[in-house]
Design a protein around this ligand. Structure first.
Ligand SMILES: C[S@@+](CC[C@H](N)C(=O)[O-])C[C@H]1O[C@@H](n2cnc3c(N)ncnc32)[C@H](O)[C@@H]1O
Length: 295
């Protein structure tokens, strides 16, 4: 695919993701910035939009540990870790996100060590500071994702772990971005055959993100090449399957249940969920290995 013709800057990313574009705000119609509003955002995030996040992020399993979030947005996940007893630090590129995350935790009476503006490409923390670094829906938007991942690696303790969600090249890419917007709506031609521009334009709720990457499993593995232990899987069938996009409709339950039963989430899911350890842990035994040695 073509290189993006327009070279975007971190400042453009900061401006784009501020104010009305900070995700999750549209989940609740309650009075913004109240405790009730934050509570509803959290409820909808974990019950409707990302039902698997509570399991995957291990909120309850890091009591007393030092935890860092990259791109904390409105602070919903950070609050969940604080609730679980972790010592939490949040970072985001934008001042609005920092202010909202602090407000979120303050209103809910939850403690935090620090919530501050920082670019993941240049984290203001010494080497080996954190037991867990996590980042949900951020790394595919940054100017230099390789640098971002090597910074995450650097600030982790030697036995630390990273949990990162990034966009996958799933059904949404081929059907919505390539076929509908790229070909049928003619954007691929209008944008000089620049696929990156097409997908950046339609990937987010408010459109026209300065940069949105989507990666294959091989590309994700390459990005995390410093980490000796890696688990990568696809999650989230996404809009129409798990939630109503833009408050419209959902496919009937039987369609969704069939797709889940067939295990299609692992094939056509729209997000990669990456769990990466800084230590090389022994590989899990294969079924045949166990069978041969123990039975
Ligand atoms: C799609 S939002 C995700 C927010 C939150 N993690 C969530 O799941 O709702 C992307 C966030 O990443 C932040 N971000 C983008 N580039 C960044 C960078 N280089 N360093 C730190 N944060 C960044 C944006 O400011 C924005 O708040």
């Amino acid at each position: 695919m073509n290189e993006h013709k327009h070279k975007m800057t971190t400042e453009e990313v900061r401006v784009y993701w501020g104010k009305k574009n900070i995700p999750q705000q549209w989940y609740s119609k309650k009075d913004p910035f109240t405790r009730q509003w934050f509570n509803e955002l959290a409820y909808k995030r974990y019950s409707r939009y990302y039902p698997y996040l509570k399991d995957e992020l291990e909120f309850e399993n890091h009591r007393g540990e030092e935890i860092l979030e990259i791109g904390c947005g409105i602070g919903t996940d950070l609050a969940e870790f604080a609730q679980g007893g972790a010592v939490v630090t949040g970072t985001d590129l934008g001042p609005d996100q920092v202010m909202l995350s602090k407000l979120n935790l303050d209103l809910r009476g939850l403690p935090y060590k620090e919530i501050t503006e920082a670019n993941v490409e240049n984290l203001p923390f010494p080497d080996g500071s954190f037991d867990l670094v996590y980042s949900i829906g951020v790394i595919h938007h940054v100017a230099n994702p390789e640098k971002a991942i090597s910074e995450i690696f650097r600030v982790l303790k030697p036995d630390g772990k990273a949990i990162v969600l990034v966009y996958a090249r799933g059904w949404k890419h081929y059907l919505k971005r390539c076929l509908v917007h790229g070909i049928l709506k003619g954007k691929w031609f209008r944008y000089g055959f620049d696929w990156r521009k097409v997908r950046s334009e339609v990937s987010e709720v408010h459109g026209s993100s300065p940069r949105t990457e989507i990666w294959t499993k091989r590309e994700v593995r390459k990005l995390f090449k410093q980490f000796p232990t890696l688990e990568i899987k696809k999650r989230r069938l996404g809009e129409f399957f798990e939630y109503k996009p833009y408050n419209t409709v959902m496919f009937p339950a039987f369609v969704r249940n069939i797709l889940f039963l067939l295990g299609l989430e692992s094939l056509i899911g729209e997000n990669w969920f990456v769990k990466a350890d800084k230590t090389k842990w022994p590989k899990e035994e294969t079924f045949f290995g166990v069978w041969w040695r123990h039975y």
